[in-house]
Design a protein around this ligand. Sequence first.
Ligand code: CA
Length: 234
Amino acid sequence: MAPLILIVEDEADLSLMLRYNLEAQGYRVLISESGDEAAEVTRDNVPDLILLDWMLPGLSGIELCQRLRLRKQTADVPIIMLTARGVEEDRIRGLQTGADDYVTKPFSVPELLARVEALLRRSKPQLVASALKAGDLELDRASHRVYRAAREIHLGPTEYRLLEYLMTNPGRVYSREQLLDQVWGSDVYVDERTVDVHVGRLRKAINKGRAMDPIRTVRGAGYAFDERFAASVS
Ligand code: CA
């Protein structure tokens, strides 16, 4: 699944230009025109990175940054702030408030894209890695192939996305609802039981003849990629 980037910027020309360039790099993009809107949007959709303009109407960039840092789900989301030229004070305050990096306007698009990539690589290496490896399981994003103990496993498209999503955050428990949103898409209506059916198929395919199941069922909560499996030596 492509990383999700939230742009918080009130200048429509700038946010559209950024969206165009980020989508061309394969990222998914959301835009909020104000800090208040972004505070709301991030309740349902936790982005993988935020581009945050400092000068916003209503809730300012600094205030939004502080709020996001205080909220458990967004406390660690990498933030790049966009500041006006020469406002040194903003930059320092921004970094103190919890932004990870900053870019001064007007900025070069290739430079911004490079910073986005570098920050994602640093904060979420699993998200941008071309292959995910855990125990004796390997998922190759470029070829969309999955291997267990070096033998290829054939998965349906939904099982592939499900495995990719779970492998991105080993140990983290996802509810059926979260998995439906992230793997099937929030605009698709399917019953939560569907998740169980596909997890069952995925397990059957990857565990054939093997004792160790990389997927953990957490009663009353959902599913997780077992971090002990991820740590096991293949
Ligand atoms: Ca602005």
